[in-house]
Design a protein around this ligand. Structure first.
Ligand code: HEC
Length: 223
């Protein structure tokens, strides 16, 4: 009985996927963009959040990371670090030229000799999701540089871990953690790189603060 149910569920998933994409790949997922400022209906030609204030920028990175993980990571690599299947999006220039290329690919996808190499996301992702994903990829720091700072990350993690049950003390660490993240450059040339230090500091500064998420962010990056 159990086997039968499992097989049936598997078949439904398989058929649903095949119908949605036309071949056996994962279905593109819409992205919840709640919390981001609404953009005008007409598609922007350039990333509207490239020079946004910190709150908008971090929100865009947060939403963009989710959108990226559910729609792009399987080809373009986890944390936007390409394993070679598809181009490494961290290097796509944060400029009007890079944005034009980005929009063309994300809206229309890419076909070669009748085979879908990249599915189109037009009509699946709204404009906010499209630019949030762009903001996430273009603010990626150099993973080598992050790896070289593992000791500093571990130090901040330990400081935060020591006060994790004392919310005001945890929040008070936000500035120190943020300054530890200064000086990193984005691989795309974007005005700002968002490092795990920045993410942790941001998570501590939200209302309500997300202390354990901040700790997990530092922990994951320090490992
Ligand atoms: C099924 C695999 C697959 C998925 C899923 C996928 N892509 Fe791609 N993508 C590719 C391949 C392959 C290329 C290279 C096509 C080419 O030669 O231009 C590409 C190219 C691109 C380019 C051009 C990069 C460059 O440097 O030329 C961008 C931008 C891009 N993808 C963005 C995305 C985003 C954003 C998502 C998720 C919303 C996504 N892709 C999902 C496979 C994929």
């Amino acid at each position: 009985m159990l086997r039968k149910t499992t097989a049936w569920t598997g078949l439904v998933i398989l058929l649903g996927t095949a119908a949605a994409l036309g071949h056996g790949d994962t279905v593109p997922q819409s992205v919840d963009t709640a919390g981001l400022p609404d953009l005008p209906e007409e598609m922007a030609a350039e990333n509207p959040w490239r020079d946004a204030d910190s709150n908008t920028l971090f929100k865009a990175v947060e939403v963009g990371a989710k959108g990226y993980n559910s729609n792009c990571a399987r080809c373009h690599g986890l944390e936007a670090i390409s394993g070679g299947l598809a181009p490494d999006l961290r290097y796509l220039e944060a400029s009007d030229y890079g944005d034009e290329w980005y929009l063309d690919r994300i809206l229309h996808g890419y076909e070669q000799n009748g085979a879908v190499k990249m599915p189109p996301f037009e009509g699946i992702l709204n404009q906010e999701a499209i630019w949030a994903i762009r903001t996430y990829v273009e603010t990626r720091p150099d993973d080598q540089e992050i790896a070289e700072n593992a000791a500093k990350l571990a130090e901040m993690r330990d400081k935060l871990a020591a006060v994790k049950d004392d919310q005001p003390a945890a929040i008070a660490l936000a500035d120190e953690i943020a300054s530890a993240g200064q000086g990193f450059e984005a691989l795309s040339g974007a005005p700002r790189a968002i490092t795990p230090f920045d993410e942790a500091a941001y998570l501590l500064s939200t209302q309500p603060p997300h202390v354990s998420a901040a700790l997990e962010t530092l922990q994951a990056a320090a490992d």
